[in-house]
Design a protein around this ligand. Structure first.
Ligand code: 2HA
Ligand code: ZN
Length: 275
């Protein structure tokens, strides 16, 4: 067995390749992180290298003390992840205070974990707590239709959620809690991480205006599928807005309430406003 045959490592790399093929990762755009299960840490531990120095995370995540993560590297291209995982990704450990990390595997030609490490880890900390430990994947990408909408829709959770729900009947079933929106902010730091992780208490999706999207989920499939569903709905909305200034017909608030009953989801009334 090689480290690249360990199932979570394969799942991680496949997701990088899938995102690249969707055109969501120009150049070094986007980043991915996975909170590794204890038994999976043992499966990869034999491949760990020499102990490396602790480095500051840039924020505080005490809820992740002692956890291990697989993450993409800063400045690395998703396009190359499947070709050279040991150069483009890494496995790191968070210290007992949740202040520092150290790398155990990967980034073998040097480099640092993703520039969005504070956002990834703060999102993980929140989602681990609110999901009872089930959420393990945080994914950031630059899908074009979602980004395009941040130039024409009001930057409000209620508007993005409702407009995207209307674009496909599956949407309220796939993301019943809705979508959070972050105004334009400087990426890479603690401030945007704090803002995003606050939204992640309530939502599994956060959109960064004029930048991209963050999704959280239990598995690679569910998290990729969530991003894919939101971006597909955004693509339909871009087409609709390009064809006509107004929709001739759509899914109504009462339609959503009926759907919620049959599909046994709770759809918050704040998204079902009259227009
Ligand atoms: O370049 O996507 O947000 C990586 C990013 C930063
Ligand atoms: Zn980005």
């Amino acid at each position: 067995m090689e480290i690249l045959q360990v199932p979570f490592v394969q799942g991680f790399i496949r997701m990088c390749q899938d995102g690249w093929e969707q055109n969501w990762h120009e150049r070094n755009g986007g980043n991915l992180s996975y909170r590794i299960k204890p038994e999976e840490v043992e499966a990869v531990r034999p491949y760990f290298g020499a102990e490396q120095p602790w480095q500051p995370i840039g924020t505080s995540v005490p809820g992740l003390a002692g956890e291990y993560f697989m993450v993409t590297g800063s400045g690395k291209f998703f396009r190359n992840a499947s070709i050279d995982p040991a150069d483009t990704t890494c496995i790191l450990e968070v210290d007992e205070a949740g202040e520092e990390y150290r790398i155990w595997w990967g980034l073998e030609n040097g480099g640092r974990p993703t520039s969005e490490l504070p956002s990834h880890l703060m999102n993980h900390e929140v989602k681990k707590a609110v999901s009872g430990g089930k959420h393990r994947v945080i994914y950031h990408a630059h899908p074009a239709n979602t980004i395009a909408l941040t130039f024409v829709l009001p930057l409000k959770d209620e508007v993005f959620t409702r407009e995207l729900w209307e674009m496909a009947t599956e949407c309220p079933v796939v993301f019943p809690d809705g979508i959070g929106v972050v105004d334009w902010m400087v990426p890479g730091g603690r401030a945007i991480a704090v803002k995003t992780s606050r939204l992640m208490k309530e939502y599994d999706v956060a959109i960064w205006a004029h930048h991209g999207m963050f999704c959280s989920g239990e598995t690679f499939d569910l998290t990729f599928g969530l991003m894919h569903t939101v971006e597909k709905a955004a693509e339909i909305l871009v087409k609709v807005l390009s064809m006509a200034p107004q929709k001739r017909q759509t899914i109504t608030p009462q339609n959503f309430r009926d759907l919620a009953v049959d599909f046994q989801v709770t759809l918050p009334e704040k998204f079902l406003y009259e227009k």
